[in-house]
Write a protein that binds this ligand. Sequence first.
Ligand code: B12
Ligand code: SF4
Ligand code: SF4
Length: 363
Amino acid sequence: MKQKITEIANLTGIEIIGFTNVLDYTYLYEFLDNRTQRGHNSEFEEPDINKRLDARNVFQKCKSIIAIGVPYAEGFKKPDANDKGLLSVSSYGEDYHKKLGALLKKLAEEIKKDINFEYEICVDTSPLIDREICKNAGLGSYGKNTLLINDKFGSFINLGYLLTDLEIECDNRTNNINICGDCNICVKSCPNGAILRKGGINAKRCISYLTQTKNYISLEYRKNMRNQIYGCDVCQIVCPKNKINSQKETNQDYSSLLIDMEELMQMSNKEFASKYGYLAGSWRGKTVWKRNALIAIGNLGLESMFKTVENELNSPSDMIKIYAAWCLMKLNKEKASEILHNSMKYENDTIRSEYMKLAEAGL
Ligand code: B12
Ligand code: SF4
Ligand code: SF4
């Protein structure tokens, strides 16, 4: 059955496929619990660890899992972004959730022509731990950056799977192989020190996390976010396992990852949805992108945008006001101090204390 499904998958255009019937992931409980206790988890994960530990919690009839990887970022070189914001390459082109979802559906429907079965599609958003499932299915091994790295395609692969009621004989690969050896490049290159020496990452330090969270971003992390509007690619760009991928010929135009921040600041919600709504990176909405753009403008020192940023002090969003104030201080401390001092009396306690914090921090 495995061979038959692999053939169907290849005809459907799927290059990376594997199978596992490991359904019970209780063996990860301690690791996940420990990570939560240390506060290294993110709010984008299912908080009830037990729900994450068995594929049958998502699809009760599950007996086996057909996992796929879809390569992206072929020939990717980071575009020059002197005065622009930047999206991570995982947000290039059509949202991968949609792309992989449609591919998995096609695969399932093709298999159904020969074998009758029931299934559930998972791409990213299920409570299950995609990488562990895909590792067990033989799609790749963990790098120190925690990415799942495929032997042939590297780590620029999106992952998805079908939970099925099929009885498939699987060669499960449950052990962890050290594929990094002495290499430590990603650990040293991570802009915010998020990769832990013992393995795993502190998600709350990861720039990708910071660009997506609505939680307060501490002053010390903002500089390291550089001009990222969504995601972060550093630990994958520097990884030697992605060298073959980055050297591939490509006709993709990655300059669409650059974001015009002046335009973003003026956009209505409708304009934002129509221009960026189809991207994976837009799921947190316009306000979060604007917050990140304010950090980027401050980091890039784009003083020509001072007036645009000043207008954001009138935003209905407290979050936007807080980062606009920080950005103005970065662009022109003297001018900004006077503006903030004058507007302080009209503000609520949260905003006022934030303005005072900026003054105390000497920004
Ligand atoms: C929450 C989440 C995040 C969080 C936390 C990331 C993290 N490392 O946990 C944030 C927002 C930071 C994030 C960022 C990114 N993410 Co994300 N994210 C997820 C999500 C929804 C859950 C991940 C999770 O449960 N993490 C918690 C624990 C279990 O993960 P962990 O710390 O990595 O631990 C595992 C391994 O690292 C390993 N391990 C841990 N320690 C050690 C030590 C050694 C020595 C070894 C060998 C192994 C090992 O075992 C653990 C158990 O499996 C998954 C989708 C899903 N449902 O699974 C996508 C997913 C992991 N993300 C993905 C991607 C693409 C990204 C980004 C590249 C996006 C970007 N460009 O900005 C970055 C990469 C950051 C990074 N270095 O991981 C892909 C990964 C594809 C791949 N090839 O690995 C996934 C699988 C989505 C998908 N279906 O394609 N993400
Ligand atoms: S995605 Fe960026 S911040 Fe996150 S671990 Fe990788 S290099 Fe570090
Ligand atoms: S950069 Fe080096 S240490 Fe990091 S994942 Fe790649 S090979 Fe492993």
